[in-house]
Design a protein around this ligand. Sequence first.
Ligand code: C5P
Length: 307
Amino acid sequence: MSRSVTVRVPAKVNVQLAVGGPRPDGFHDLANVFLAVGLYDEVTVTPADTLRVTASGPGTDQIPLDATNLAARAAIALAERHGLAPDVHIHIIKDIPVAGGMAGGSADAAAALLACDTLWGTGASQPELLALCAELGSDVPFSLIGGAALGQGRGELLTPVPVGGTFHWVFAVADGGLSTPAVYRECDRLRGAAVIAAPEPAPVLLDALRTGDTTALAAALTNDLQPAALSLRPSLRETLDAGTHAGALAALVSGSGPTCAFLAKDAASAAALTTALLTSGTCRTARAAAAPAQGAVVVPTPAEATS
Ligand code: C5P
C-alpha cells in the first residue's frame, strides 16, 4: 500500500522588514522579523509514477503546477541530494493567500521538503533541511521553523525570537498578487540615490514580542517595502484606512503585499475588525488569525492519531 505524508505549514507576517541597499547578487540585506500566523496550507505527498503537482483552494489557478512550483523544486532538491527519483504526487490544499506577501509559496516548499523527507526516510537533519530551504528561497527556512525569528542576510539566516503572548491579527486579502521582485525594484527606485543604512532589528519591537505587549508591538511595526507596495497598488491605502477606522491598533502591508495586516487588541476585536473589513468593499476577503503559530509539522494519519 502506498502511504502518504501530510504536512501543515503556517503563513507569516513581517513585523519588521528593514531593507538595505541592493547587493551585487540582486538581493537586499534585511533585518526581517518574521512572525508565523495561524493560516495554514496542507501539503500531501504520495508515491507516484512521476512527479506531479495538484492544488485546491482559492487562487490556485494562479500557481504553476509543473516542476517550476517551489514545492516540486523542494522535492527535486531533496531527491537529488539523496540519489532518489522525485516520483511523488504533491497535493497542496491552499488556505494561505496566493501571491499575497504571506510566504504561501515558501510555506509549500518547506512543507514538501519535510513531507518528502518523512516519506522517503531520508532523515535529513534540521541544518540540512534549513540549507535546502535557503537554496529554494529567502523566506523558506522561516516557514520550516515557524514561531518568530529574525532573518538576516537576504532573510535566510535565522535567529529564533522569544514571544511571550498571543497576538491577534486580521488579514485583508486583495484581488490579484504583487510580484516580489517588482516591489523590491520599486523600493530601490523610490529611494533613488539616498544613502541606505545597514538594516538592524529594532530593540523595542523585540521587547514587545518577548513581553507579549500588543500595544507596544502595534507602535513598533515597520515595513520598508510598504511605500513601494502602495506606489504599485495605490488602492491599498484605502484598505489600510478602513482597518484603522474600524479600530485596528496598527495597519501595515504584509511583506511585499498586497495583503494588508492589522493588529487587534484581542480575539473579540479581531472578529469585529474582520466583519468591518469584509463589508468595507476595500478587499476581496478578510481573515482573522492568531500568532505565533508552530512551523511545518507532519499531520498524524487518522490511525496514528487514535493509537
Ligand atoms: O528569495 P526569493 O526567491 O523569495 O526572492 C524573490 C525575489 O525577491 C528576488 O529575486 C529578489 O528580486 C527579491 N528579494 C530581494 N532581497 C531579498 C529577498 C528577495 O531583493 N532579501
